[in-house]
Design a protein around this ligand. Structure first.
Ligand code: GUN
Ligand code: ZN
Length: 437
C-alpha cells in the first residue's frame, strides 16, 4: 500500500542555521506563512505555497502556526507526582519528595500507568521528543520505552544508576556493580535502536554513584555505538560542596564525569550553573551539551545559568523542563523562564535563540538534526499546530505586534499548552485539543 500523502496548510516556522542570541532579524529563521507542508508516510517531503493536487489529503490550518515538535532534553517521567512541592532546595527536595515518589515505579502496573500519563502529557504540551530519567527500576525503563514505541516517539532514556546516598530500595547493590551493569546491558539489548528509541547510560548525579559505579557507566558507554549519557551537574551550591567532599581528587564536579569517560558528543548534562571556564572548555572539547532548565532552577532556588559564557565557550545549549523540579512540561513556559533568567544575568535572548534551543539546536546537540527539530524535507514528520493566541490578552498582543519577532516573542511569553491544537508524531496525529473539530 502506498504511504498516505497528507498536506497541512499553516504558517510554517523553523530554522536553517543557528541564530545569534540577540539577533531579532536573524537569517537563520525560515518563515513560510500560509504554506502547505507535504508529508508522505512518516516523512516530510517538502513545502510549497500552491495547494498540492488531489492525490494529497489536504488539511487546512490557515492562520495557525506549524512548528517542529519540541525536544525536551531533560525531564523525569516519575516526577509528575512531585511537581510543585513546596519549600525545599535540591538535596532536601530529593529526600523529602522525590525519592519517595520514585519508589512507586518498582511496581509494573504503576510504572505502566505513569509512563502512559507522562508521554501523553508531553504530547499534549507539544513535545514529541525527550531525554528522560525514569527510575532505578528496570520496570520503569521497560514501561517508558514500551509506551514510547507505541506512540512512535523519539525517546532517549535509561535505567537510573544509584548505589549510595539514597534509600536502600532505590539503590543498586554497591557490592555488586556487575549486577547493575548486567541490568543495563539487558535493557540496551532490548531497546537501543528499536523504533526511534535510544539508550542513555544514566548515573543520576555524582553523589549517588560510587567511583566503581561511575567507572562501570564509562564502560557501558563504550559498549554499543550511539549510546547516550545523561546526568546532572553543578546545579546547587550545597550539592557542589558535597561533591568536592566525596571526590577530593577531582578538579571540579564536572571532572568527576570526565575522569570516568562520561563526556562525549552524546552526553546531556542538566543545569551546569556552577561551572568554571575550565569546565566549559572541557564540555566544548568533548561536544557535550548543557540542558538549561530555567523553571527548575528558579523553583528550587538553584541559581542562574550563564548562557552567554557557555555559548561563547562553544558549549551546545538546549532547553529542558526538568519536571518535577521544573513546574511545567510546557516548552513555551520554559522558554519564557529562560528569557527571564538570562535577563537577570544581563543577556537578552531573542525569541529565535529560545525557539532554536527547543527545536533544531537540541536536535543538533543530540546528533539528530537529520531526523527532528525542523520542517526540512527528509525529517520525520514530528510537528505541532498552534494557535497564535487563545486568550483575549494574547489575541490583542498579536493584533498589535509589529513584526514576526514580536509576534513569536509574545506567543512564547504569553502562551502555554492551551495554545496547542494538534501534535503529530511520524506523520500520525497523536493529540488533538479536546473539543477541536
Ligand atoms: N539531581 C539529582 N537528581 C535530581 C533530580 O531528580 N532533579 C533535579 N533537578 N536534580 C537532581
Ligand atoms: Zn533533573
Amino acid at each position: 500500500m502506498a504511504a498516505p500523502r497528507i498536506a497541512l496548510r499553516g504558517d510554517l516556522l523553523d530554522f536553517v542555521a543557528t541564530p545569534a542570541r540577540a539577533d531579532r532579524d536573524s537569517r537563520a529563521v525560515r518563515w513560510r506563512p500560509g504554506h502547505w507542508l507535504l508529508i508522505e508516510g512518516a516523512t516530510i517531503v517538502g513545502a510549497q505555497a500552491a495547494a498540492p493536487d488531489v492525490t494529497w489529503q489536504r488539511i487546512d490550518h490557515a492562520g495557525q502556526l506549524i512548528l517542529p515538535g519540541f525536544i525536551d532534553t531533560h525531564v523525569h517521567s516519575p516526577q509528575l507526582d512531585v511537581i510543585g512541592s513546596w519549600g525545599t532546595q535540591l538535596l532536601d527536595w530529593l529526600e523529602t519528595y522525590t525519592f519517595p515518589a520514585e519508589h512507586r515505579m518498582a511496581d509494573a502496573a504503576q510504572a505502566q500507568a505513569g509512563s502512559t500519563l507522562f508521554l501523553d502529557a508531553l504530547l499534549a504540551h507539544g513535545s514529541t521528543s525527550a531525554v528522560v530519567f525514569p527510575t532505578v527500576h528496570k520496570t520503569s525503563v521497560d514501561a517508558l520505552f514500551g509506551a514510547a514505541l507505541e506512540r512512535g516517539m523519539r525517546v532517549i532514556a535509561g535505567k537510573v544508576l544509584m548505589d549510595r546516598h539514597a534509600p536502600d530500595t532505590l539503590c543498586d547493590d554497591i557490592d555488586d556493580v556487575a549486577g547493575a551493569e548486567a541490568d543495563c546491558l539487558e535493557l540496551i539489548e532490548r531497546w537501543h535502536g528499536r523504533g526511534r528509541l535510544a539508550y542513555a547510560v544514566t548515573p543520576r548525579f555524582a553523589p549517588t554513584s560510587s567511583d566503581a559505579q561511575l567507572a562501570m557507566a564509562g564502560r557501558l558507554l563504550a559498549h554499543r555505538d550511539g549510546l547516550y549519557m545523561q546526568t546532572h551537574v553543578a546545579e546547587n551550591p550545597d550539592e557542589v560542596r558535597w561533591v568536592a567532599e566525596l571526590f577530593p581528587d577531582a578538579r571540579s564536579y564536572l571532572d568527576v564525569y570526565e575522569r570516568h569517560g562520561l563526556l562525549n558528543a552524546r552526553s546531556v548534562l542538566a543545569h551546569g550553573i556552577w561551572l568554571d571556564d575550565a569546565d566549559r572548555a572541557t564540555l566544548a572539547r568533548r561536544g557535550a551539551q548543557i540542558a538549561f532548565c530555567p523553571s527548575s532552577n528558579l523553583f528550587l532556588g538553584s541559581g542562574l545559568f550563564g548562557w552567554a559564557a557557555a555559548e561563547d565557550a562553544g558549549v551546545g545549549i538546549s532547553l529542558a523542563s526538568d519536571v518535577g523540579g521544573g513546574t511545567s512540561l510546557s516548552m513555551q513556559r520554559t522558554m519564557a523562564d529562560g528569557y527571564k533568567v538570562q535577563a537577570m544575568a544581563g543577556t537578552k535572548l531573542s525569541a529565535w535563540a529560545l525557539l532554536h534551543a527547543a527545536t533544531r539546536g537540541a536536535a543538533q546537540a543530540l546528533g539528530l538534526a537529520h531526523e527532528i527539530g525542523s520542517l526540512e524535507g527528509g525529517s520525520v514528520a514530528d510537528l505541532c499546530i498552534w494557535d497564535w493566541a487563545t486568550s483575549p490578552v494574547a489575541r490583542r498582543r498579536q493584533e498589535v505586534a509589529r513584526d514576526l519577532h514580536e509576534k513569536v516573542f509574545a506567543w512564547i511569553t504569553l502562551g502555554d499548552e492551551r495554545d496547542l491544537a494538534e501534535t503529530w508524531v511520524a506523520g500520525v496525529r497523536r493529540y488533538r485539543r479536546p473539543g477541536a473539530g
